[in-house]
Design a protein around this ligand. Sequence first.
Ligand code: IMP
Ligand code: MG
Length: 476
Amino acid sequence: MTTSKGHYYLGLQQATALSNSGLTLRRTCNAIAKVIAKSMGMTGCRVLLLNPKNEYLTTVGSFGLSDLYLRKGPLDARKSLPEVLEGEIAIVSHAPSDERVQHPEVAESQHVVTIIASPIIRGSDVIGQVRVYSRQERSLSDLDQEFLRAIGNLCAVVLDKAELSQFKERVKRNCAKAPRQVLPAHVPSTPLKPTEFAHESEAEFAHLLDFYQIEWLYEPRSFPLAWNGDGISQMFTPDFYLPELDMYVELTTMKQDLITSKNRKVRKLREMYPDINVRLLTRKDFARLLAKYGYGPLGEAKVAGVGRVLFSQTQIKRKVRSLARRISKDYVGQRIVMIGVLKGVMCFMSDLMQQISLPVKTDYMDISHYGGDGDIVKITRDLDCSIAGKHVLMVEDIVDTGMTLNYLLTHLESHRPASLRVCSLLDRKQRRLANVKLDYVGFEIADEFVVGYGLDYHGEYRNLPFIGTLQEEKGD
Ligand code: IMP
Ligand code: MG
């Protein structure tokens, strides 16, 4: 398979447009990966980011690779084609038998024969790689190499842009709006992933976001809050920025008296910078978030049983019927594939599908959760059928942080369905940390853990016919 200059010109043109499209980092990289694979006549591609210590590579965007391939998790940068760390382009002509390939058995089962890896270089540092995969033998021409070098430069700019450009823009906007003529807010250049955190909880939070592949930046921006003559006398630097949600997150897991002063600062920040979306995550909030995964200080909390009934069996029935009616109307004349996420969704999905008056197919997926095995979320049960060109309705019991759904949607999108919508029985908006659009929602709920109608606490309570809260055990 050879590729002409014209192909590459078109590819670069598309990739350049994508780099300037305003899509999120992951979506940009997914789309660029597709352009690269198509331009080179290859089966798949991924854009990988190297951690600052040059130890491992994580996927920021991919195209055409089976889940099994992506599921391998981060790659060991020193074992897998290490010459790329030195800035070289590497080619593997027979992946199943090449010792530089970290998982030859996966390559074999996926019929991957050729792998080409090319560095992404910022200044003089290798910060990532572009890898392309083919099921045929493939040589590497000068033209291929020129294309890969050009794409590598573009990817470096895309990664840079994700890091900085949004902040610069906001600084400009906020300077115009600031209550006084002030110095521009401080925008330090930050590494994409710092290795040092001020507190353990920050590292834990970053770990959680990494697990679900949610992009984040650490302390990317400081907001001046008070001035003294020409100088800034008070400043606030939120811990995290999540570009996908355009949200700053401040973790307050320290002493209670410090929380009061932090609260005051956050309030001031909201007053002075009303466009800035900042969220305070207290120690309790954070513990609750981890507890959901059976983890952290609240993970093992004892409960006495069910507290209040939030939604009765009748209320649920009525809601399910009305959701099904809307869905049947929206998809009229079409066939849909309903995909449920195990296990919480079982009651809702089975009731919902019975009320839908269209031809329906069902399938189920499951993914690993934080606090279990592995550093990165994995699909533990994949689809049985192909969804390419199909109308897919993803069904969820509850969307909380949105991280599960966000991951699954990215995965499903890569299978190119004709359409992809989401129906969730419950929506707990306040805790959202990933940007997911819900097309059909049953009930919005407050920040309270719920059980019943499929939802569990440590595996129990799924069989309750209603949805209720849990009663904490007295004395705890
Ligand atoms: P997310 O990734 O944070 O949106 O979490 C989604 C998953 O966490 C859901 O599919 C549930 O399995 C589980 N979950 C979240 N909140 C609750 C709850 O209040 N009760 C039971 N399970 C929950
Ligand atoms: Mg679930």
